[in-house]
Design a protein around this ligand. Structure first.
Ligand SMILES: Cc1cc2nc3c(=O)[nH]c(=O)nc-3n(C[C@H](O)[C@H](O)[C@H](O)COP(=O)(O)O)c2cc1C
Length: 191
């Protein structure tokens, strides 16, 4: 029920929850990781994925220079890692060492892939554009990594035990539960 309204946006956060991912990047031996809640798929063919990053982030510089980035989809049990890399600056600290982040080898790029993710995309930058105080980086997905038991068919199967990390705003995280999952067929309901 909508019980309040006002003009303008204020500190708008009404679109939450959204999944919190960890963006990884690497340039000339320097690698980094940061949390992002502002990200989305843009196209199936070619497969494009976009993420919005403030120019104040160290990750921004690494992506701009290397023209590649990784998107790591994390489980709820990694919320502390998301808060750690989203609350520290890669310009000051090596987050992979400090937070003991385990890496997996990339397939087509040199971005670090996080071993504890349940899925990850390797992207090559195809476009970037400034929107207000953030930069939209759009990359072509050139390789994917995923937990096979979590993706047996179309989409994520929560009975696999994977609980995706959702961000609610502030310092609050949550997930989805297989007990509230509903199968709602668009062929039937779209008639
Ligand atoms: C849950 C969460 C979501 C965030 N989402 C974004 C985002 O979408 N874009 C962004 O630029 N920063 C976002 N941040 C902030 C960065 O992760 C944070 O500033 C980080 O310290 C940047 O690290 P870096 O300077 O090493 O790149 C988020 C932080 C948290 C905790």
């Amino acid at each position: 029920m909508l019980t309040a309204k006002h003009e303008g946006a204020g500190n708008y956060h009404y679109h939450f929850p959204s999944s919190a991912v960890i963006v990884t990047a690497r340039h000339e031996g320097k690698e980094n990781a940061m949390t992002a809640a502002w990200h989305a798929p843009f196209s199936f063919s070619p497969p494009y994925y976009g993420v919005l990053i403030s120019p104040r982030r160290f990750t921004f510089q690494l992506i701009n220079s290397s023209r590649q980035f990784g998107i790591n989809f994390m489980p709820l049990e990694q919320a502390e890692l998301a808060a750690a890399v989203g609350g520290s600056k890669g310009a000051e600290v090596n987050k992979f060492e400090k937070y003991n982040i385990k890496k997996d080898s990339p397939v087509k790029t040199s971005v670090p892939i996080i071993k504890t993710a349940y899925a990850a995309y390797e992207c090559r930058l195809v476009d970037s554009k400034t929107y207000g105080d953030h930069e939209l980086f759009v990359g072509e997905i050139v390789a994917v990594h995923f937990d096979q038991k979590a993706f047996p068919g179309k989409g994520l199967d929560l009975s696999s035990g994977v609980a995706p990390l959702l961000y609610l705003g502030g310092e609050n995280y949550s997930s989805t539960d297989k007990n509230i999952t509903r199968f709602v067929d668009r062929q039937i309901y779209g008639q």
